[in-house]
Design a protein around this ligand. Sequence first.
Ligand code: FES
Length: 257
Amino acid sequence: GTPAAKSDKTVTLTIDGQSVTVPEGTSIMRAAREAGIAVPKLCANDMVKSFGSCRLCLVEIEGKGGTPASCTTPAMDGISVNTQTDRLNTIRRGVMELYMSDHPENCAACAMGNCEMANMAETVGLKQNRYGDEGANHLAPSPIGEHGVNFKELDVSNPYFAYDPAKCIVCSLCVRACEEQQGTFALTVEGRGFESRITAGMDEPFLQSECVSCGACVQACPTGALQEKSIIEMGMPDHSAVTTCAYCGVGCSFKAE
Ligand code: FES
């Protein structure tokens, strides 16, 4: 979702036919969640201000043109919003397909079920990717910057976590989590397109930044681009199985790898 709005005034709107009343300033995405409707998203969460970069959360507002992002558009009194139309679902699949073209097919985070992006691809019904994963393998023509950091080079400088630009969709959640949750301005986005990546600025590795290793960026990352080293060391699972815990009579299932 998006952060809660603090207002005594309320607005009432309709989302997918359901009436919902929320504090003024609440995003349409959060209002939808109040109504039990999960709008697909990658670059928003409850902890940081919305940015509207991933374009997965687009919605339609009746009587208005366009497809605004529900994470950055405030709920307004009397509007009627649709979150699940054929047009929106087609746009979302197209967006997701582009993201998957910039993400390696052989990704341990996806295989371990840690990748929000892989889950979202399934949610929007993406079954094929016509563009392959060329973006993930794309190398900058030559190393850049005074330290010669290639835009696809792993950053393993931090002792606790690593950054893999091949898996990064540059949603900037990590940059915003660092700034807004931790109050540290350690990270920034550098470069454009396939050659964009997160750095500590001036193409410096993470360890050169003011990073205090709080882990807020790792927690916010929806793609496995930022991962704890201890998890990376576990590698790709050879196989996985769903089993039922025999500890009590409830019968919870869990995935073993
Ligand atoms: Fe709204 Fe990404 S969640 S644009």
